[in-house]
Design a protein around this ligand. Structure first.
Ligand SMILES: [Zn+2]
Length: 268
């Protein structure tokens, strides 16, 4: 983990996202002080922008099982503490899915109780990620994310939103058109305030608009397309936000190639 800033530098990145545990494991190891020091020193030396810690995919604050909710909460707290140790500004959470017989409303209440039970470290913000709309997944609209943030007791400025372009598109925001992008940003402005949209997961989509699917494609290779990403990266309302790629890494085309393509889309 300590080498993450160096790896970013190698691929042309200037901010980043890390996992502090295996994405599909409950165990969240306490970061070793040597790793933390290496990370902080290297990042400072390279002058890199914000970092986010992405929470393990197993965490589900809306699970109907009390056991799963408890494990989720302690894993999430450990990830927040690890993020604070590394000096990462953001922790990105998939809000949850109302599993079992639980209704969406019950699931949303469970997420809010979970967030309220957390101790969010100073200088670290918890970002709820926009989801693609699979099944009982919560957080597929700006309004739903806004309702969660409004209902939580957390102090202003401790909760925000991570906008994933692939998820939002597959959930039904037509951000592949100029009007659709503008309307989506209006929705987020109304529901959470654009100040709360702190991070963009910049991903093209292997599946079409409104598909409810979640499979990321290289920028310009998917259904959202290069023209849309040219508008997205130049959109004044998204300016100065860190953009993080979660695109595939394949032989001969990985993050370095996606980053240089995205950079080529900027007007200035
Ligand atoms: Zn995610």
């Amino acid at each position: 983990m300590g080498n993450a800033p160096l790896r970013q530098e190698e691929i042309g990145g200037t901010c980043g996202q890390i996992f502090v545990s295996s994405p599909r494991s409950w165990a969240v190891p306490t970061p070793a002080p040597t790793e933390v020091a290496r990370f902080r020193n290297m990042r400072a030396e390279l002058g890199q922008g914000p970092y986010a810690v992405h929470v393990t995919y197993l965490v589900n604050l809306a699970a109907s099982s009390l056991e799963v909710r408890k494990r989720s909460l302690s894993a999430l707290q450990a990830e927040m503490d690890a993020a604070a140790a590394y000096g990462a500004e953001y922790v990105v959470l998939h809000p949850g899915a109302a599993t079992g017989a639980a209704s969406r409303e019950v699931g949303m209440q469970a997420i809010v109780s979970g967030i309220d039970a957390l101790s969010i470290p100073r200088d670290t913000m918890l970002l709820l990620e926009t989801m693609s709309g699979k099944g009982t997944t919560i957080g597929t609209t700006a309004e739903e994310l806004g309702a969660l943030i409004d209902a939580a007791a957390a102090a202003p400025g401790t909760l925000g939103v991570c906008l994933d372009t692939c998820h939002a598109y597959c959930a039904g925001y037509p951000l592949h058109t100029a009007d659709g992008l503008s309307e989506m940003l209006d929705s987020f402005e109304d529901a959470v305030g654009l100040e709360a949209v702190r991070l963009v997961h910049c991903n093209d989509s292997k599946h079409p608009f409104l598909s409810g699917r979640d499979e990321h494609a290289h920028i310009g290779w998917g259904h959202i397309g290069a023209d849309a990403f040219r508008r997205i990266v130049n959109e004044p309302r998204l300016r100065r936000r860190p953009f993080v790629l979660e695109t595939p890494v394949e032989d001969g085309y990985g993050h370095a190639e996606d980053i240089s393509f995205v950079r080529s889309l900027y007007d200035d």
